[in-house]
Ligand binder design. Structure first.
Ligand SMILES: NC(=O)C1=CN([C@@H]2O[C@H](COP(=O)(O)OP(=O)(O)OC[C@H]3O[C@@H](n4cnc5c(N)ncnc54)[C@H](OP(=O)(O)O)[C@@H]3O)[C@@H](O)[C@H]2O)C=CC1
Ligand SMILES: CCCCCCCCCCCCCCCC(=O)[C@@H](N)CO
Length: 324
């Protein structure tokens, strides 16, 4: 083989290595670990579904756990169920996230928070035309404004903590917060809103060693999901079906592992991983390996995304043809 061929091959092998080194030097924020053992994890919507599963998992991993929701009965029930399955007691606090004063009092009574998980959420899938403004505002209020209330209430205490160890604020989004889905105009808007909040907030709190995460589950088998399924447009189920259904325990494990490793994006299944790569945009990325995968896969994932839209619009056309 000619010398020029050899040096060409060597260059091909070295280029990715140089690129990896370059990414390792520039990715920001820097990688971080957020331990949860013996720390205070505060989970909203912790009395049901995904929040309850996260509370149980965090308690099992040795965290001090507080759960917040409105219904005291459901909170008591959740506390008993966690005690029965783990032998551990969690603290409960009742408040409506839409009421700032109530949230502030709840956060103060719970004591300094190391990991805030804003998981409360409501979802009713309907076409915008068939959804009244009360229901639309309800979703924006609980999912988005409620989350602002939580962060506003908890941030001063988190910033003024006595130790300077890494702490975390995590937001429960949804795959419907990464791509708009038929039937989710209000819900997707509320969850896309969380992404803007998270990206901007991370820049504001990085100097305080506070690390922000966004969790993106697919459909998950929970009491809320069972309720949603009673009256969901068929097309919503068909399109969301592209990503399958997970169990809340699996989502809880992914969520906590993501929080502990300081990931900004936390996908929960393989489709979610692809979706996170495809929607990386200008999101912060701490892992140079993930940054590498994002760059390398960008073009092909755009093609995959266009194929998904092709099948979704195909289903929509077919559905309308049948309606006629
Ligand atoms: N299940 C799914 O398919 C998916 C869910 N998600 C998201 O995960 C989160 C949890 O969902 P899931 O476990 O299914 O929900 P559930 O309906 O099973 O539980 C919702 C929890 O939020 C609490 N909550 C609701 N409204 C308020 C409020 N105004 N103030 C305080 N707490 C409130 C509820 O308690 P109470 O009613 O007593 O207040 C309950 O603890 C949501 O943010 C949802 O959008 C994301 C992707 C998929
Ligand atoms: C380029 C690669 C693309 C990869 C596949 C994309 C699949 C997208 C499916 C979106 C599913 C949305 C589920 C919402 C769940 C939810 O939040 C409701 N159950 C309400 O709670």
């Amino acid at each position: 083989m000619a010398d020029s061929d050899l040096s060409f091959l060597a260059l091909c092998a070295l280029l990715p290595i140089f690129f990896l080194i370059f990414l390792k030097l520039i990715v920001r924020p820097r990688p971080v670990k957020v331990p949860i053992k013996s720390r205070h994890v505060f989970i909203t919507g912790g009395s049901s579904g995904i929040g309850l599963a996260i509370a149980r998992q965090a308690a099992t991993e040795g965290a001090r756990v507080t759960i917040l929701a409105r219904s005291l009965d459901k909170l008591e029930e959740a506390k008993t169920s966690i005690r029965l399955s783990t032998g551990i007691d969690v603290a409960i606090v009742s408040a409506d996230v839409c009421d700032f004063e109530a949230v502030k009092a709840a956060v103060e009574s719970a004591g300094p928070i190391d990991v805030l998980i804003c998981n409360q959420g409501v979802f009713v899938a309907y076409e915008l035309e068939n959804q009244d403004m009360k229901e639309i505002k309800g979703m924006i209020d609980v999912n988005l404004i409620g989350t602002f209330n939580l962060v506003k209430a908890a941030l001063p205490g988190m910033k003024n903590r006595s130790d300077r160890k890494p702490v975390s604020i995590a937001f429960m989004s949804s795959q419907a917060g990464q791509v708009g889905i038929y039937g989710y105009t209000a819900y997707s808007a509320s969850k896309f809103g969380l992404r803007g909040l998270a990206e901007a907030l991370q820049q504001e709190v990085i100097a305080d060693n506070i690390h922000v995460s966004l969790i993106f589950p697919p459909d998950t088998d929970t009491p809320g999901f069972a309720e949603e399924n009673k009256k969901k447009p068929q097309l919503t189920s068909i399109i969301a079906g592209s990503s399958g259904v997970m169990q809340s325990d699996e989502v809880a494990k992914k969520a906590l592992n993501g929080i502990k490793s300081g990931s900004f994006f936390i996908p929960c299944n393989f489709e979610g991983f692809l979706l996170s790569l495809a929607t990386a945009g200008l999101s912060p990325q701490r892992s140079y390996l993930m940054a590498f995968v994002e760059v390398i896969s960008a073009g092909i994932l755009r093609i995959a995304g266009l194929c998904f839209q092709w099948t979704w619009y195909g289903s929509i056309e077919k559905w309308h043809a049948q309606e006629k």
